[in-house]
Design a binder for this molecule. Sequence first.
Ligand SMILES: C[S@@+](CC[C@H](N)C(=O)[O-])C[C@H]1O[C@@H](n2cnc3c(N)ncnc32)[C@H](O)[C@@H]1O
Length: 225
Amino acid sequence: MENYLDYWEDIFASQGWGAYPPEELVRTIARNFRKVENKSSIKILEIGCGPGPNIWYLVREGYSVAGIDGSKTAIAQAQQRLEKEGLPSLPPSVDLKVGNFVNLPWPDDYFDAVIDVEGLYANKFDDIKTVVHEVKRTLKKGGFFFGKMFGDKTTGSDSGERVGDRTRLNPTQGPCSGNAVAHFFNKNDLQLIFQDFDELKIDYSLRTEQEEKIDIFEWLVWAKY
Ligand SMILES: C[S@@+](CC[C@H](N)C(=O)[O-])C[C@H]1O[C@@H](n2cnc3c(N)ncnc32)[C@H](O)[C@@H]1O
């Protein structure tokens, strides 16, 4: 498989990144785990965690947190932030790994939740299908996946080089402009890749930027196994 991860390594090595989690993630975690007293008993994995805005939030909340990202710079930044703030940063509380999330280096039946905040979309569709199988393998029965991913109504989804249905190399417009690869999901894609899950709930959020010139359409996916 081609390696598109160098693109992200260059981004994190050369520019700053958002520090805080999206509200949809905060809401999902609260809805599912608010009542759990011993939060460290809940294991949550983020695929494509980048420099760790979501990892930071989950660790602060007291969960046992794992993360994987292809960028060693991003993983180092995530680790440094936790250390700087005096938060747990090492196993067993926090387990951050550099690697391609097409293979998840964790056992079967292990996580209570796996989350993705705009990491999965940055792959080709065949790899995305493999990742979702891996997610299901590592989830405990009764666990869930939560994801936020760009949809095909996002500005720029028809720009760049087409390499598959809704998959583009180097989009030239919109929020994914310059990305090495981006898959802009439609609803059927989501229904297909999550077909082996027991429950699937799909919503979306649509916002604009640059005085309504850019549409950012993101699917919000909750899939229970
Ligand atoms: C748009 S960034 C999102 C980062 C983070 N989730 C956040 O909310 O800020 C996409 C991230 O996914 C990672 N990524 C994409 N595909 C990957 C893959 N196949 N394996 C590992 N990391 C991947 C990139 O390295 C990058 O950190």
